[in-house]
Design a protein around this ligand. Sequence first.
Ligand code: ADP
Ligand code: MG
Length: 238
Amino acid sequence: MGSLQLKSVRKSFGPVDVLKGIDLEVKDGEFVIFVGPSGCGKSTLLRIIAGLEDATSGNILIDGAEVSAVPPAKRGIAMVFQSYALYPHLTVRDNMGIGLKQAGAPKAQIEERIKKASAMLSLGPYLDRRPAELSGGQRQRVAIGRAIVREPKLFLFDEPLSNLDAALRVNTRLEIARLHRELKATMIYVTHDQVEAMTLADKIVVLDAGVIQQVGSPMELYNRPANLFVAGFIGSPA
Ligand code: ADP
Ligand code: MG
């Protein structure tokens, strides 16, 4: 299970209205992409879903239950950041296991889940290394592994490939698509890369100026963009 509903979600920073009423339904198991220009509020929206930021008003429901008052660690969500956010002094194994350890999970369960996630991500040989001894692509796989071991209902990815070079971007994108099939998890993924959006998404959400401009499948948006902004962003013929 991992459905999400956003109802009239608003966010202001001081006088600046960043999100002006976001309504969205994400079904269990869906792969949803958020696209939109830099500064339009994509990261803020992910952080609000994750509980790292409070909405100014509105409702956030996970599997039908309001989570606005639920702390981040209890929401069943794992977030993967562009900057990896790994602990430099911890090994790959401990970076992957730390969340479970802090949550008080039994050692054997932590080991079992790390074994499974590292096999999925081909990280087995690197478990005793530290982040400085890994390539950028390997570091991002560790960050993804850390999310997987928590077995979240909902994965949030914030531009996870933007620090990788072009070849690694393709590989990691295919890997994320495979994980989505294997884990059957709900994934919400922010990118400004049209190829990522068109190839990964069940559903694309186009954001601009604090509102959702259009929601639809890649083909719907391509064939029937709601306005010139969407057409420009998706690359449809005008
Ligand atoms: P995106 O991820 O789409 O590039 P962000 O969600 O990071 O956009 O930011 C949206 C807007 O909110 C930007 O104008 C940004 O400057 C502003 N913003 C984000 N976080 C804060 C904050 N903590 N305090 C003030 N303004 C913020
Ligand atoms: Mg951002």
